[in-house]
Write a protein of this length. Structure first.
Length: 118
């Protein structure tokens, strides 16, 4: 089953001097999961200030700068994994380096027939 491991952090959660080591550790975890055939994708996201949101307004869509929600923690990155069960996904989520600076949400992916596969 596929799971998204969503990493939420305050924009300034990782001190500057710890950012590169966190990226190195995150890449190492991604390589390990890939070698085990469990990783579909993993990426950090740029700062929430770089986001563009698209919202409905009547029959049109309106673009606004910034994230959808104004919250203390913002989506900072993700891992998409395929594992046997929730317990395995949670164990991987506990190992996500960025989780030391915020929250890792583990959410099953809802399969929809007809979507392209990897």
């Amino acid at each position: 089953m596929k799971y998204m491991l969503l990493i939420y952090q305050a924009p300034d959660a990782i001190p500057t001097e710890e950012r590169d080591p966190c990226y190195v550790s995150s890449a190492a975890l991604a390589r390990e999961l890939h070698a085990a055939g469990k990783l579909h994708s993993a990426h950090p996201l740029k700062a929430p200030t770089t986001a563009t949101s698209i919202r409905p307004q009547g029959t049109k869509r309106v673009l606004t700068d910034g994230p959808f929600a104004e919250t203390r923690e913002q989506l900072a990155g993700y891992y998409m994994v395929e594992v046997d069960n929730l317990d395995e996904a949670v164990e991987i989520g506990k190992r996500v380096p960025g989780g030391a600076y915020g929250t890792v949400e583990v959410r099953p992916v809802h399969p929809i027939e007809g979507l392209p596969t990897d």
